[in-house]
Design a protein around this ligand. Structure first.
Ligand SMILES: Nc1nc2c(ncn2[C@@H]2O[C@H](COP(=O)(O)OP(=O)(O)O)[C@@H](O)[C@H]2O)c(=O)[nH]1
Ligand SMILES: [Mg+2]
Length: 262
């Protein structure tokens, strides 16, 4: 705890890199969906390597930059997934999980989230208190410009929809999240596109998982946005998130009619 704090670009400080030092996390594996993120991965991967995680898996849908070389040169596992999409990449990463993995962390490659906070997400699960820990991009910790307008709208609208449809009040849909492996398997993720984060959150509610939200700082991404920073990306994400909500709602109604709970 006396180690020099890790200073974020937001000006917020966190001493978690110090807290983690000397405490390996061999049963924790991190999955990073990445598309042309070689530059940010060259900063992100050494930080993750210093945490002695079980596996660092980077799932790539055909980057044309140095992503593969950067991943391999940092001793992480590069996984190629021919089908485009955030969910397809995360799913490809899940297929590579080692049998010893007990907690799975999902983290974007763009350095918007501070990887030094990983132990904060993992600890409530390791302690047996929760099954699913989601980051909340807290307004007071956000670097100006780190979230686009569509992202800010989505981060109000969709949690409201989840509250209306499933009764659980999430504050956000932060991509940085940790989940017990057994819970992830029970969740049985179906989305292969951009409904991935909301599907996990809704299914976690349906399954009655212990859910915790942790406020985190959020920084302006490095490199070019693939989702919320482009018109096509926003339309695609809005379509898939809405489609996922509708599909889960219909499935839930059918289950209720059949009289089964999950
Ligand atoms: N493998 C893969 N990764 C993707 C895809 N789209 C986005 N990503 C990655 O998913 C993360 C989030 O994407 P990003 O562009 O930051 O979205 P934003 O935060 O909404 O602007 C980043 O690590 C991207 O590289 C995709 O189709 N395939
Ligand atoms: Mg991003």
């Amino acid at each position: 705890m006396n180690d020099a704090p890790h200073r974020l670009e937001t000006g917020v400080t966190s001493d978690l890199s110090g807290r983690n030092r000397g405490r390996p996390l061999p049963r924790v594996s991190v999955i990073i969906p990445a598309l042309d993120e070689g530059r940010s991965l060259s900063v992100l991967l050494p930080i993750l390597r210093s945490m002695s995680l079980g596996q660092i898996i980077v799932a790539d849908n055909g980057s044309t930059d140095q992503t593969q070389q950067v991943v391999e040169s940092h001793g992480a596992l590069w996984v190629f997934e021919p089908r485009r999409g955030y969910g397809a990449a995360c799913h490809a990463g899940m297929r590579q999980l080692s049998p010893t993995t007990e907690i799975v962390v999902f983290l974007d490659a763009d350095l918007s989230d501070d990887p030094a906070l990983l132990p904060d997400l993992v600890e409530p699960i390791a302690a047996g208190e929760y099954d699913f820990v989601v980051s909340t991009r807290a307004a007071h910790l956000r670097q100006p410009g780190s979230m686009s307008l569509p992202q800010r709208v989505a981060n109000r609208l969709f949690p409201w929809l989840i509250k209306a449809g499933w009764g659980h009040a999430y504050r956000d849909m932060g991509p940085f999240r940790a989940i017990r492996r057994a819970s992830l398997e029970a969740v049985d993720m179906q989305d292969r596109a951009f409904g991935w984060t909301i599907e996990m959150q809704i299914r976690a509610v349906e399954l009655g998982l212990g859910i915790k939200e942790i406020p985190v700082p959020y920084r302006r991404r490095r490199g070019r946005s693939k989702i919320s920073g482009t018109v096509l990306g926003v339309l695609r994400a809005a379509y898939w998130i809405t489609r996922t909500c509708v599909w889960l709602w219909v499935t839930k109604r059918r289950r209720i009619r059949r009289g089964s709970s999950t």
